[in-house]
Structures are given as C-alpha cells and as structure tokens.
Design a protein around this ligand. Structure first.
Ligand SMILES: NC(=O)c1ccc[n+]([C@@H]2O[C@H](COP(=O)([O-])OP(=O)(O)OC[C@H]3O[C@@H](n4cnc5c(N)ncnc54)[C@H](OP(=O)(O)O)[C@@H]3O)[C@@H](O)[C@H]2O)c1
Length: 471
C-alpha cells in the first residue's frame, strides 16, 4: 500500500506562472494526488506578481497538468486537487506583500502547519524572497522548508555569497537544495545497488578500475532557456551539479550508517579530491554549428554546447584511474550512461576486451555487466551480457519532482545537496574554467546531429583508452 502523508502542510510556489511550475511542479503534484499521498488538510498556493482570480489560476494549473502529466488525467482527482489550490498576487521585493501573504495564509487555516516555500523563480529573485520571508515571520521556530533548484550561484564566489546571505536568515537544515537528477530512481539506484551488492561494492574500488566514463548526450539543442544557457554554457549547466553528483555517487566510499549527513560527507570527500592536472590539456569544448544562428545568441558567441573533461581522484586507491565526463547538445542521440571499465589481469592480451559495468539512465534505465569469454581455438570473443532494468517498477513510482517534493513534505533530506558539496563542485568547475582560459582552449564547431567534435577522442587516448559507445 502506498503510504499517505499524515501532517497537514502549506506549499507556496513562488513564481507560479513560470516554466518550472507549469512543466514539472504542477504535474508532479497531480501524480502525488492520484496516488493518494496527500493528507486531508493541505494548501497549495501560487505566489506571483500578476493579478489574477483564484479561478483563473486554477484553470492555468489544470491546463499545465493536462499538458505535461505523463499519464491519463482522472477528472475526479484533478477536481479534488484543484480544490486545494489558491493564488496570491504580490511583489517579491515588498515586505508588505509578505505580511499580507501571511494574513492570507491565516485566513486559509488557523492551525499551525509545515510551510514549504518552493523557489520557482530565477536566482535574481532569491534574495528578496528570503529577506521578506524572514522579516515577515512572527515565530523564528516556525517549521519552514525552503526548496531551491540549481543553479546555486555562477561560480564559487557567488555561491559562497548566496549561502552566506541565506544563512543570515535561515539555518542550513531548513534548505532543500534540489538537483532534479537526484530524484531519478535510476540515479538513486547507484547508491542502493552499491550498498546492497557485494559484487558491485567489491568491484567499484579504484584498485579494480581502469577508467570511468560518464556520458550525457542530448539530441535537442538549447531551446527556450537560451538566455540562461548563453550566459552559463554546458560545463556549468551539466557538469557542475548533475554529472559531478553522478560521479560522486559512483566513486564515493559507502558509509556504514546511511544518513543525509553521512552521504553528503562522503560525496563531498570525493568531489573535494578531484584533480584536473594543470600540466595536461584535459578539456575539449565544442559548439554546434547552428547555435549562433539562434535568436538571443551573439554571432560571435563562445558559449560551449559540448564539453569533455579528463580528471583524477587524488586518493591513494584511485591513483592513476582516469575519469572522463562528456556531455553535449544537438548530437546524434539522447543517451545517458556510466561505463566502469575494469582492469585486465597482467597475463591478458592487450587486444582482449575488458569487463565493464554499464549503468544506463536513458533511454533504458538498466545495468549491464559485460563478461568476456574467450572461445577456445577461435580468435573471437563472446561477450556475455547480463542486463536488467533499474527503472522503478513498483506501485507508487514518481517523476523526479514528485519524488523530491514528497521527500521535502516528509522532511527527508537524503537526496538533496549540502552547501559544502556545492562549493566543492564549484571549486572544480572554476579550476576547469581557469585552465580553459589559461590554455585558450579551442572551441570546435561540430555539425548538428553529429557525435560532437572528433577532438574528444584525444582525452581517453592520453591513457590508452577509447570512449565506450553504447548502442
Ligand atoms: N525551467 C526549467 O526546466 C528549470 C530546470 C532546472 C532549474 N530551473 C530553475 O528553477 C527556477 C525557475 O525556473 P523557470 O524556468 O520557471 O523560471 P522563469 O519561467 O524564468 O520564471 C519563473 C517566474 O518568476 C517570475 N520572474 C521571472 N523573472 C523575474 C524577475 N526578473 N523579477 C521578478 N520575478 C521574475 C515570473 O513570475 P511572475 O512575473 O508571474 O511573478 C516567472 O513566471 C530557476 O532558478 C531556474 O534556474 C528551471
């Protein structure tokens, strides 16, 4: 049976008219409602600047649920959910709006309940909302949980300044710093599988591994978020959080006692130990050819839409084990996977294929273990592959935002980020950016729909390896 939340709550969505709310949050709320997760008493309140009536807002929510939910929408569930939806029009930078908003919440319910504030607004609006939420509260002990999505800053300095600022108003334990990759059940499986299988836990150790590759390819280019992307580029957009989180979950030491603190500590330990040696040319950057002709992009733009990086973990047991990450847009396929290539025995021939563990997230969440069988007398290898799905297949599977929202409502922090691991990841990205600048890294223009710049092959070849292409 799917468990139901017991405690009543108020969920405020700041920026309720935006894309994130429409495309991700409202559909996730529908799925949670359809699964009967919500308690009897709860309030979902959209907070945004434009004036609109309660009915107009409910119609907007209904439209986005109809448009973006990945399941048949049941009218009875939708009607019940909409009866919990409210709207408040206010200014993010006016304390008066927040004081009126507090009064509005009181008019909905006299009872004290957990308050979840979801920042579905661009980062420029974080500061005024934090300030006004803090100034308008009567009780410093109120149960308020603040949900903020990545990006957290633009570099180490800005992230540090953001955390410094927010800490003046709220404790770190009140923040749920969200990277939606951590809500994917296949990404959560990395930790779950490493913790529950000696086969994997004994193999995924630096001393056994020849190299690790993390690949995240997209077929689409930069679409509606071009203004944001042009300023940020793919290293900051994909590597800084999503892919370094996958890296950390794959390579960290597994804590005996699993808690959100021990998990964050171990992830941070391994991110802090990343070494991108300055003496080597460890970065390859690319840009798809039609990128500069998109509206909102400068004709001379040097924003990278493809990046491949080579790095190491500065720990004894990971000595000389290269980790390669590559990601890009407008490529020949959409595919996300990790390849863990195991070391060969000393007596094995150079030409013999290695064993590999492949963890695939998209299109097919599954794990492949590739074993090699040399057929006697025939100069041919038989690859024995055991593949099984790691997709969620129980009752109550949720989309990423649904699963993470449920965690916030339930006060579970395992799949959220800490200030320290975000800062460590920015340190890595800042160093990469610095190296790219110092070396005047070239930007290779690549054909739309291609495999990306061919120069990417240079990185694994520095260590005698090749990219593993999973088809
Ligand atoms: N969209 C995605 O797929 C996605 C993915 C990952 C992370 N994120 C992050 O999630 C957050 C929200 O993203 P989003 O795409 O929904 O943002 P958005 O559509 O650009 O903005 C959301 C809402 O914020 C308000 N707003 C926008 N610019 C403002 C400004 N300069 N001053 C005051 N209010 C402003 C607007 O609401 P009103 O005018 O109605 O008040 C707008 O509808 C951002 O931090 C983003 O980086 C988004």
């Amino acid at each position: 049976m799917i468990p139901k939340l017991k405690k009543s709550f108020i969920l405020t969505i700041f920026g309720a008219s935006g894309d994130l709310a429409k495309i991700k949050i409202f559909p996730a709320l529908y799925t949670l409602a359809r699964q009967g997760r919500f308690p009897q008493n709860y309030f979902i309140v959209g907070f945004a600047r434009s004036e609109k009536t309660q009915d107009e807002f409910r119609k907007e929510v209904e439209k986005s649920i109809q448009e973006y939910t990945n399941e048949n929408v049941k009218p009875s569930v939708l009607k019940e959910l909409l009866s919990h939806v409210h709207y408040f029009s206010g200014q993010y930078n006016e304390l008066k709006s927040f004081q009126e908003y507090r009064t509005f919440l009181k008019s909905l319910s006299k009872k004290e309940m957990s308050h979840i504030a979801y920042f579905s607004v661009p980062p420029v609006v974080f500061h005024p909302i934090i300030t006004n939420l803090s100034k308008s509260r009567k009780n410093k002990n109120e149960d308020i949980r603040l949900v903020i999505e990545k990006p957290f800053g633009h570099d180490y300095k800005s992230a540090e300044a953001l955390f410094h600022y927010v800490s003046e108003h709220f404790g770190e334990e009140q923040f749920y710093l969200l990277d939606h990759y951590l809500g994917k059940s296949s990404v959560q499986s990395i930790l779950n599988m490493r913790r529950s299988n000696r086969i994997l836990s004994n193999i995924i150790r630096g001393s056994e591994i020849a190299n690790i590759q993390i690949t995240a390819l997209e077929e689409v280019g930069v679409q509606h978020r071009i203004g944001y992307f042009e300023h940020v580029g793919i290293v900051r957009d994909m590597i800084q959080s999503h892919l370094l989180q996958i890296f950390a979950l794959t390579t960290m030491t597994i804590p005996n006692k699993l808690s959100s603190e021990s998990l964050k500590r171990e992830k941070n330990n391994v991110i802090e130990a990343i070494d991108c040696p300055a003496e080597d040319d460890n970065v390859v950057l690319g840009q798809y050819k039609s990128y500069r002709s998109q509206e909102g992009v400068k004709k001379t733009s040097t924003t990278e839409t493809f990046a491949a990086v080579r790095m190491f973990i500065d720990k004894e047991n990971w000595y000389k084990v290269p980790i390669y990450i590559r990601t890009g847009k407008k490529l020949h396929e959409k595919h996300t996977y990790i390849s863990i290539e195991l070391k060969k025995f000393p007596f094995q021939d150079e030409k013999e294929q290695p064993n590999r563990i492949i963890i695939e997230f998209h299109p097919e969440p599954r794990i492949n273990i590739e074993l090699v069988n040399l057929q006697e007398g025939v100069s041919r290898y038989q690859s024995i592959t055991t593949a099984d799905s790691i997709a969620c297949n129980i009752d109550g599977c949720l989309p990423e935002h649904g699963s993470l929202l449920l965690d916030v409502l339930d006060g579970k922090r395992l799949h959220f980020l800490s200030f320290s691991e975000i800062l460590s990841a920015w340190r890595v990205v800042d160093e990469m950016k610095m190296l790219m600048k110092e070396r005047c890294s070239k930007l290779y223009r690549y054909e739309d729909g291609s495999e990306g710049p061919k120069e990417q092959h240079r990185l694994p070849r520095m260590d005698g390896f090749e990219w593993y292409d999973l088809h």
